[in-house]
Design a protein around this ligand. Structure first.
Ligand SMILES: Cc1cc2nc3c(=O)[nH]c(=O)nc-3n(C[C@H](O)[C@H](O)[C@H](O)COP(=O)(O)OP(=O)(O)OC[C@H]3O[C@@H](n4cnc5c(N)ncnc54)[C@H](O)[C@@H]3O)c2cc1C
Length: 478
């Protein structure tokens, strides 16, 4: 049995590890375009900030760790063509020669590539790049290019295009390095994956740390000027501005890198990602796919595109198991995510109102604030929360949270994710036996106070937000 995994990041390596775990007699080869297998690209902003000084620390496992599992690594090797009928893969080796590798099962984990928006100066033969101080960020090579600009050119300012979670993490990283940062976002609020009222708190936190945030602002062009780079920006209100800067970072999201599988005839779906079934099988015999290159099943929304490291790990593991004859299914995602922005953490799981409406649900959202732990114990922080439930069934649909980074926001969003995964009704969250000690929580955890408030607000019009005050976990009626 020979399994080939294409891609050496979360999906490809998870698949290879699972194959070796389940069937030590199986031969596994991982074909990786770069020289950095199993690196935590999620950690790049913390290397840029200086929190993780040595980039080597970002490796989940070293090359020696990986090889000790028995997998073979072909680094700096690019998969060029899949021949489905012959079950072979054509790969270009670092010396430029090509080789043909035979497989019994193939796992495609080619991931995603950062979006280069069709802006003057970013596309076409004259497009600016890292040597000009214009960067995209997805791979370790991208991280090295950013670090070269920072170390060699010593920029004092940067413009970040995009205020999704990667853009926000990079704003914090560049501020930590002493740069004056302007952050541009075309939508009305930062962190568009949460409701604007939560995004507004993140916006305030960025501003509090000196980031010049400009929302509802579109970039028309990036070019070279007499004093560095120039970014032509236009507010949706119509005013135009030329921003002079030393460095530009484009953080406009990613698109699936599905070209290799598509060329072999694989069916593509949402956003051009590879269609897979729950076993992570593509439409091609013997070919599995996982991670940022595939269409992801959301447990509440159905097919969607949700490029996340957590999901890539799970899908890769399922693909690896099934590549050696297993029968595991990917259980589906809830889009659970969390981001730290300076001293604040914002998180979400499940659905927001508009998303729930797309699948015929009748959502109502309640907003409230409470203490992360008993206020009499020093160091308590307020946590702001939005709880979304389905009016008809009472089922918990989604939770959004924002609070101080010591307020255990991630723990609470994970509890909510577990409740939604299990299909709990909003009122059943109060039945969960959650831990309590005054320095860390309240007899009713703030999450339970939020779900109780949802129950009391059930007479409110759909879509309305009610704001009860919650003191130390004891909610009072609005
Ligand atoms: C800065 C940053 C921060 C992030 N933070 C988080 C976070 O906090 N939480 C979270 O859940 N997610 C986070 N993510 C997203 C997460 O990193 C991705 O979802 C995850 O890496 C996807 O893994 P993947 O294996 O599917 O693909 P990728 O990581 O895109 O890797 C693709 C792999 O395929 C290889 N490859 C591609 N084409 C070929 C080819 N033809 N031949 C050989 N090899 C090929 C590449 O070299 C690479 O090894 C972050 C991403 C970034 C960039």
């Amino acid at each position: 049995m020979h399994v080939i995994a294409i891609g050496g990041s979360d999906a490809g390596i998870s698949a290879a590890l699972r194959v070796r775990e389940l069937d030590p007699s199986a031969e596994v080869t991982v074909v990786v375009a770069d020289r950095y297998p199993n690196f935590s690209i999620c950690g790049i902003p913390y290397h840029v900030s200086g929190d993780v000084p040595d980039w080597r620390s970002l490796a989940h496992r070293t090359i020696a760790d990986l090889e000790s599992t028995g997998m073979g690594l072909r680094l700096a090797t690019v998969a060029r063509r899949i021949d489905v009928a012959d079950r072979t893969l054509l790969a270009a080796r670092p010396d430029g020669n090509e080789e043909v590798l035979a497989y019994d099962a193939l796992v495609v984990g080619t991931g995603a590539v950062p979006i280069r928006p069709p802006i003057d100066g970013l596309v076409g033969p004259e497009a600016l790049g890292p040597d000009d101080g214009v960067h995209l960020l997805h791979s370790m090579d991208d991280a090295f290019a950013v670090m070269r600009t920072l170390v060699e050119k010593r920029p004092s300012s940067a413009v970040i295009v995009g205020a999704g979670y990667v853009g926000l993490e990079m704003a914090e990283a560049l501020v930590a390095r002493g740069l004056a940062v302007i952050q541009l976002e075309q939508l009305p609020e930062v962190l568009p994956t949460v409701d604007p009222v939560i995004g507004a708190l993140v916006h305030e936190e960025l501003a509090r740390h000196g980031v010049d945030v400009r929302t509802s602002t579109v970039v028309d062009a990036v070019g070279r000027g007499s004093e560095g780079l120039e970014v032509q920006a236009r507010s949706t209100g119509g005013s135009r501005e030329c921003l002079r800067t030393d460095m530009v970072l484009i953080a406009a999201g990613v698109r699936p890198d599905a070209a290799l599988a598509a060329q072999a005839g694989a069916e593509l779906g949402v956003r051009g990602a590879i269609v897979v079934d729950r076993a992570m099988r593509t439409s091609l015999p013997g070919v599995f796919a996982a991670g940022d290159c595939v269409v992801t099943r959301h447990r509440l929304l159905g097919d969607t595109y949700l490029p996340l490291g957590t999901t890539a790990h799970k899908q890769g593991r399922v693909a690896g198991e099934n590549a050696v004859g297993g029968s595991r299914s990917f259980a589906g995602s809830l889009g659970t995510q969390v981001v730290k922005v300076f001293d604040l953490v914002a998180a979400r799981t499940g659905l927001r109102d508009a998303e729930a409406e797309t699948v015929g649900l009748d959502p109502r959202t309640v907003e409230l604030e409470g203490d992360d732990h008993k206020a009499y114990y020093p160091g308590s922080h307020r946590v702001r929360m939005r709880v979304t439930g389905d009016v008809g069934s009472g089922r918990l649909l989604g939770v959004q949270l924002v609070g101080h980074r010591h307020a255990e926001v991630a723990k609470r969003i994970d509890t909510a994710a577990t409740a939604i995964f299990a299909g709990l009704r909003v009122d059943e969250v109060s039945d969960l036996d959650l831990s309590y000690t005054p320095p860390l929580g309240s007899p009713w955890d703030v999450l339970q106070a939020g779900t109780q408030a949802w129950g009391r607000g059930s007479a409110a019009t759909s879509g309305d937000a009610v704001r009860p005050s919650v003191d130390g976990g004891r909610a009072t009626a609005p």
